[in-house]
Ligand binder design. Structure first.
Ligand code: URA
Length: 433
């Protein structure tokens, strides 16, 4: 087999066989096939697309390029969840304890934030003592005893994706649905759970900017799940506004606790009930309406919050910050951002809100940057609220006052205030099964 022929076949619109896909993935990971040939194939895939069978085959070859986590020593159904990333997205830390408190196992590997989006691992590490680098046996043990553990990505998981993603990043081939779908699903499949819930974000703060594109991506990922025998559902959820009121690591953990105690922001609570209900549905806990009731009940009876505390304690975290947010290290500076005119808060460019919080120290621009865990933004007004000039629309938290002016410039450029009220937008746009 020759890589040249595989490139030419895809260039001319042909369908690659499983053997051809395996040849290219194995050859690329081993270093026998050079970047320039793989770049050509990626560009051919970008233009010609892939059938569902080709995409599933590519996904499995990528998943098998490294360690495949075997969760079979943990009893019960294991359900994983993936979000395509957003601003203020702390849902993993709310829904995982909800479903674990009902006996559904969650053995989850999460990522760090990069660019304008936050990462679950960074949020968790804002809890003093919390460990997110845990060896496999201890990770499994926590899942067996507590029912849930969330850790950072570890081990040699999907090396093919690491190489391919880095190459796509510099060859303008990121925005291809089969390549995105296989990249995400290969990591979920290698992580070993029986069922997968996908939260595909859509809007100005998301990777996919339109609902139509988000649905296409969701359909491709659900089709892969079906092909390889993992029950998969996707929800298309709104990211045209930050999720909840908190953006920034310890601020988001405080909001996680508020939500699990039953007094979180409405949009965040609604999305979490939907996501948790779909995880419960995947695990066979009932129909969707019953699962929603179950999820809400676990918040109301305090069992979901108790489960979060159990997980944090098992991973070495100080649970006193969960009981009382005043126990978190506090930011030195609180800086009020004021409305510059009167009217309805009409839109918030979510990507720019995320960049503003990175400017305050809540995120990193480069992988090696460090994070100020107490930095971030608390929104005091949300889209649809009526504001007077001079009303506080947000409060910035940071340890360096000098950062506030630039962050405010970015934030103000994200906000639009108009005389007319905005149309109301659902938090869930679609469900793909
Ligand atoms: N996230 C991933 O993991 N892979 C992609 O290709 C795009 C987003």
């Amino acid at each position: 087999m020759r890589m040249y022929d595989i490139i030419a076949k895809k260039r001319d619109g042909g369908e690659l066989s499983d053997e051809e896909i395996q040849f290219f993935i194995n050859g690329y990971v081993s270093g026998e096939i050079p970047d320039y040939q793989v770049s050509s194939l990626l560009m051919a895939i970008y233009f010609q697309g892939m059938t569902d069978r080709e995409t599933a085959s590519l996904t499995m070859c990528m998943a098998k390029s490294g360690e495949m986590v075997d969760l079979s020593s943990i009893d019960g159904i294991k359900v994983d969840k993936h979000s395509t990333g957003g601003v203020g997205d702390k849902t993993t830390l709310i829904i995982s304890p909800i479903v674990a408190s009902l006996g559904v196992r969650v053995a989850k590997m999460s990522g760090r934030g990069l660019g304008h989006t936050g990462g679950t691992v960074d949020k968790m590490e804002s809890i003093p003592g919390m460990q997110t680098s845990i060896d496999r046996e201890k990770f499994f043990d926590i899942v067996r005893k507590v029912g849930v553990s969330v850790i950072g990505q570890s081990g040699n998981l999907v090396p093919a994706d690491k190489k391919l993603y880095a190459l796509r990043d510099v060859t303008a081939t990121i925005e291809s649905i089969p390549l995105i779908a296989s990249s995400i699903m290969s990591k979920k499949i290698a992580a070993g759970s029986d069922c997968i819930l996908l939260d595909v974000k859509t809007g100005s703060g998301a990777f996919m900017k339109t609902v139509d594109d988000s649905i296409k991506l969701a359909q491709a990922m659900v089709a892969i799940g079906e092909h390889v025998g993992r029950k998969t559902i996707a929800l298309i959820t709104d990211m045209d506004r930050p999720l909840g009121n908190a953006i920034g690591n310890s601020l988001e953990i405080m909001e996680v606790c508020d939500t699990l105690k039953g007094h979180g922001p409405e949009d965040l609570t609604e999305i979490c009930i939907e996501l948790a209900a779909n995880m419960l549905y995947l695990a066979g806990k009932g129909d969707l309406a019953e699962c929603k009731k179950l999820a809400r009940r676990q918040i109301d009876n305090g069992e979901a919050f108790a489960k979060l505390k159990e997980m944090v304690a098992a991973q070495g975290g100080d649970t006193r910050v969960l009981d009382d947010s005043a126990n978190f290290p506090q930011a030195k500076i609180a800086y009020e951002v004021l409305a510059q005119s009167e009217g309805y808060l009409y839109a918030m460019n979510t990507e720019r809100c995320g960049i503003s919080s990175v400017e305050l120290g809540a995120g990193r621009e480069k992988k090696e940057d460090s994070i100020d865990y107490s930095a971030g933004i608390m929104l005091r007004k949300k889209i649809g609220d009526y504001v007077k000039k001079g009303d506080v629309i947000a409060v910035f938290y940071t340890s360096e006052e000098g950062k506030c002016k630039e962050a405010e410039k970015i934030f103000q450029s994200a906000v639009s205030i108009r005389p007319e009220a905005p149309k109301s937008v659902p938090v869930i746009h679609a469900r793909v099964t």
